[in-house]
Design a binder for this molecule. Structure first.
Ligand SMILES: Cc1ncc(COP(=O)(O)O)c(C=O)c1O
Length: 412
């Protein structure tokens, strides 16, 4: 039985596993913030009254509807404020996946007969790569750029790939698995000069590092609430003012100025707005520098205690919270389970534990050898992780890795 408690103590959440066999509560150390983040108590606090009392439909004219509309407007301002947009440029969606689909399918299908070409890259999230595959079946051409061993695209190659028929460049800002950042300002410049519509999937960046749609020169930008301590199932698409209407992939009522039909999830949107407001304060306070320091401290501790560690991704151009390590001779999947039993949550790029039959497409595209992929672990920190927690994790790894290596060699 999993028992999640909310508390305002050292961590703003305490995730406990009740173990019926040992009959004690294990406190978890959560290091998987790129997968999802715990909801911030202040976010929950603003959502509860909306669910309890303010149930109106924001499209209704009566007072309940008007109240719900006010909540939506406030949240739209909070989201816009975090990324330097105006409220009218924010379309609420059900999350990063929908925002990405909305742009790719919307831009391509707006072209009707001649779909043209889309440029993307090999390490994008499946919510980019899979709609691209669908569009390919409809006759659209996808130019999928390779990445170097650190996970960055070659900007010259990007420029060479642009053709007259290119309708969209969709390149992620940061990668969820290794945290590598693309040079998004430069990509924005290239898109403007050529000119091609430019979308970036900034789901992993927003809330972790400063994101400003004007500095990026983007036309579209995707955000997801649950990556920044907001609720799940809600997100947004920034769509620059003045762009032609997109072919609507979710058509229905007149919600979101006819850009996305369906009654809005008001409580979730209110929580998302609050999460954005809190993220802005956090970014302004420099919390992210402390997070990068904490991550680097953790890396040094692991390196000192566990031989055969290799950092995957770009050491310089990287999210401040992400550390993807390959642990030579170990099996990432088994280590993940061992750590989980010890109360530590991480993730891995190996196939067996990521719910996929294939090893990480990101690490594969970065030409990481299969042996290294199978031994990879991703640690993604949150601002409330502490040095004490990371010391525990480093020591636990130092204990588990030699056993794991022995078993891995025995199986091989
Ligand atoms: C880079 C990136 N894009 C998109 C998504 C999908 O976001 P959501 O879970 O809100 O659909 C994720 C989720 O992990 C992601 O990491």
């Amino acid at each position: 039985m999993v028992n999640i408690k909310l508390s305002h103590s050292s961590s703003f959440y305490v995730c406990s596993h009740f173990n019926p066999h040992k009959n004690f509560i294990l406190q978890k150390i959560y290091l998987d913030h790129n997968a999802t983040t715990p909801i911030h108590p202040e976010v929950l606090e603003v959502m509860l009254p909306v669910m309890r009392e303010f149930f109106g439909n924001p499209s209704s004219i009566h007072s309940e509807g008007r109240k719900a509309r006010v909540f939506l407007d406030e949240a739209r301002e909070q989201v816009a404020d975090l990324i330097g947009a105006t409220p009218g440029e924010i379309i609420f969606t059900s999350g990063g996946t929908e925002s990405n689909n909305m742009v790719l399918l919307g831009v391509a299908l707006s072209r009707q007969k001649n779909y043209g070409r889309i440029i993307t890259c090999e390490i994008e999230h499946p919510s980019i790569l899979n709609p691209c595959k669908q569009l390919e079946q409809l006759g659209l051409k996808i130019d999928c750029l390779p990445v170097n061993p650190k996970g960055r695209i070659d900007l010259e190659r990007l420029e060479e790939t642009i053709q007259d028929s290119t309708v969209l460049i969709s390149l992620q800002h940061s990668n969820s698995e290794v945290g590598t950042l693309q040079d998004i300002e430069k990509i924005g410049e290239i898109s403007r000069e050529n000119p091609v519509t430019f979308h970036t999937d900034a789901v992993q960046s927003v809330g972790k590092i400063p994101v400003d749609v004007k500095n990026f020169s983007v036309d579209f930008l995707s955000i997801s609430s649950h990556k920044l301590n907001g609720p799940k199932g809600v997100g947004a698409l920034f769509m620059k003012r003045g762009l032609p209407a997109l072919f609507s992939t979710q058509s229905g009522g007149n919600q979101e100025k006819k850009r996305r039909g369906g009654t809005e999830n008001v409580a979730a949107i209110v929580g998302f707005g609050k999460a954005c407001e809190l993220a802005k304060t956090k970014l302004e306070s420099g919390a992210m520098n402390s997070l990068a320091n904490l991550r680097d401290y953790f890396f040094q501790r692991i390196k000192a205690l566990v031989p055969g560690i290799e950092l995957l991704g770009d050491k310089k151009f990287r999210l401040p919270n992400t550390l993807n390590l390959s642990i030579d001779g170990a099996d990432g999947g088994t280590l993940l389970i061992g750590l989980d039993v010890e109360g530590i949550s991480v993730s891995t790029g190996s196939a067996c534990s990521s719910g996929s039959s294939l090893p990480s497409h990101v690490l594969t595209a970065m030409q990481v050898p299969e042996r290294r992929i199978n031994s990879s672990l991703r640690f993604s920190l949150g601002i409330l992780n502490t040095r004490e927690e990371l010391d525990i994790v480093a020591k636990t790894l130092a204990r588990l890795v030699p056993l794991n290596r022995k078993n891995t060699i025995a199986v091989a």
